[in-house]
Design a protein around this ligand. Structure first.
Ligand code: FMN
Length: 381
C-alpha cells in the first residue's frame, strides 16, 4: 500500500485515501439550488470511483452570493429533503461528502441576483463584471451569520464536513486581497484587518458546528493579479486559521482575471507542468500545524504520490481529471497507473452553462469519432 492510498482521519472523518475531489460546480441544480437526480448520479459515480472525499460544487450561503446557473444552494432549510437524499446516496456508495460554502461577493452580476453585487469595496477591477456596492457593517454581519447557518444545515443534513471557499476571488478572498478590499475600517487595511472577515466566518462556523466537526478551507496562496493577495499574506492567513483550529487547508491560486495563471490552468500535458500550486502549498505547509491539500494540474499518479511522500503534503485534490474519469482513484489503486487522460482544455465548463451539467467534451468527441470509425469499418466488412 502506498501513502496515497493510506486511510487517514480528519477531525473524526475517516477517509479511505489521500485523494480529494476538489469543489467543482456541476451546473446540475435547479434555479433555486436544489440538488437534482443528475447531481446525485454524478456524486455516486465519484464515490464508487474511490475518491477519499468529495467536496461539493460551491453552494451559496446567501441569495446575493449566487453566481453561475445550476449552482447548489444552502441558504434555506427548504433545501433539506434533496440535500439529505444526495448525502445519503454518497454514503450508501461508500463516499464522504463535504459541502463547499461560498458567497460570490462582487464576482456575480445584477442579472443573476437581481441587484447590484456587494463586495468589501466599491471598486471596478477586472475580476468583477460590474462595480459592486461596498458592504456596510450590518451587511457583513448578516453574511457571517449566513455562513454559520449554512454550516449548521450541512451538519444537520448529514454532510461529513464543510469547506469555506477562501479562494478564486470570491468574497472571503475579496476581503483578503488589497486589490478588492480598500476599506479603512476594522475590516480593511493591514493583513490582520483583511483577515478579520475570514476569521469571523471561521469562528462563527466553528461555533455552529462544534469542535468535533471538520471545517476545511480552500485558500488562495496568490491571486496572480497585479495588486492582489500575495503568498506572504496568504501564509499569515493560514497561520491564523491553523492556530484557530481549521482542520485542513487546500491550497489554490488565481482569480477569473489571472489569465494564464487562473485557478483552472490550461494545457497541462507534461509532468513538469503539473501541480502548479506546489511551491505555494509547501510554503503554507511549513507555517501551519493542520493538514494541507494541494490542488491544480495534478494528472499523474507519480506526481500525486510524490506530493504526499517526498513533498510531505497531506492530500492531493483533483477537479478536471475526475470529470473525465470518476473512477481514476480506483484505477490507480488497482495498479493501472497511466496518467489522467484529461487534456486541461476547459471545455467542460460549456455544457454546465448550456446543457444542464458539465461533462468531458473531449472524451465525448473522441468516443463519437471512434464510434463513427467503427461503424464505417463495419460497413466496409
Ligand atoms: C467545471 C469546473 C468547475 C469548478 N468549480 C469550482 C467550485 O465550485 N469551487 C472551487 O473552489 N473550485 C472550482 N473549480 C476549480 C477546481 O476545484 C480546481 O481548483 C481547478 O480546476 C484546478 O484543479 P484541476 O487541475 O485538478 O482541475 C472548478 C473547475 C472546473 C473545471
Amino acid at each position: 500500500m502506498t501513502r496515497l492510498f493510506e486511510s487517514t482521519t480528519v477531525n473524526g472523518m475517516r477517509l479511505q485515501n489521500r485523494m480529494i475531489r476538489s469543489a467543482t460546480w456541476e451546473g446540475m441544480c435547479d434555479e433555486r439550488g436544489h440538488p437534482t437526480q443528475k447531481l446525485i448520479d454524478c456524486y455516486v459515480a465519484l464515490a464508487r470511483g474511490g475518491v477519499g472525499l468529495i467536496i461539493s460544487g460551491y453552494a451559496f450561503v446567501h441569495p446575493l452570493g449566487k453566481q453561475l446557473p445550476g449552482k447548489l444552494g444552502i441558504d434555506s432549510d427548504e433545501l433539506a429533503p434533496d440535500f439529505r437524499r444526495l448525502i445519503e446516496a454518497v454514503h450508501v456508495a461508500g463516499g464522504r461528502l463535504a459541502i463547499q460554502l461560498v458567497h460570490a461577493g462582487g464576482q456575480t452580476n445584477s442579472g443573476r441576483i437581481g441587484r447590484q453585487p456587494q463586495a468589501p469595496s466599491a471598486v471596478a477591477v477586472p475580476q468583477f463584471q460590474e462595480t459592486p456596492e461596498a458592504l456596510d457593517a450590518a451587511g457583513i454581519r448578516e453574511i457571517i451569520q449566513s455562513f454559520a447557518a449554512a454550516a449548521a444545515r450541512a451538519k444537520a443534513w448529514g454532510a461529513d464536513a464543510v469547506q469555506l471557499h477562501g479562494a478564486h476571488g470570491y468574497l472571503i478572498n475579496q476581503f483578503l486581497s488589497p486589490l478588492t478590499n480598500r476599506r479603512m475600517d476594522e475590516w480593511g487595511g493591514g493583513i490582520e484587518n483583511r483577515c478579520r472577515f475570514l476569521m469571523e466566518v471561521y469562528r462563527s462556523v466553528r461555533a455552529a458546528v462544534g469542535a468535533d466537526y471538520p471545517v476545511l478551507i480552500k485558500l488562495n496562496a496568490r491571486d496572480n493579479v497585479p495588486g492582489g493577495l500575495e503568498l506572504e499574506e496568504a501564509v499569515s492567513a493560514a497561520r491564523l486559521l491553523s492556530a484557530a483550529g481549521i482542520d485542513m487547508i487546500e491550497v489554490s491560486s488565481g482569480t477569473p482575471a489571472s489569465g494564464m495563471k487562473s485557478p483552472v490552468r490550461k494545457k497541462i500535458l507534461r509532468p513538469a507542468q503539473e501541480a502548479y500550486n506546489r511551491e505555494a502549498a509547501l510554503a503554507i505547509k511549513a507555517a501551519v500545524k493542520c493538514p494541507v491539500a494541494l490542488v491544480g494540474g495534478i494528472r499523474s499518479c507519480e506526481v500525486a504520490e510524490r506530493t504526499v511522500t517526498e513533498d510531505g503534503l497531506d492530500y492531493v485534490a483533483f477537479a478536471r481529471p475526475l470529470i473525465r474519469e470518476p473512477g481514476l482513484p480506483r484505477r490507480w489503486e488497482s495498479g493501472d497507473r497511466a496518467p489522467s487522460p484529461c487534456v486541461s482544455c476547459n471545455e467542460c465548463f460549456t455544457p454546465g452553462l448550456t446543457e444542464g451539467g458539465i461533462y468531458c467534451v473531449t472524451e465525448k468527441k473522441q468516443r463519437e469519432k471512434a464510434e463513427r470509425k467503427a461503424k464505417k469499418a463495419g460497413q466496409g466488412a
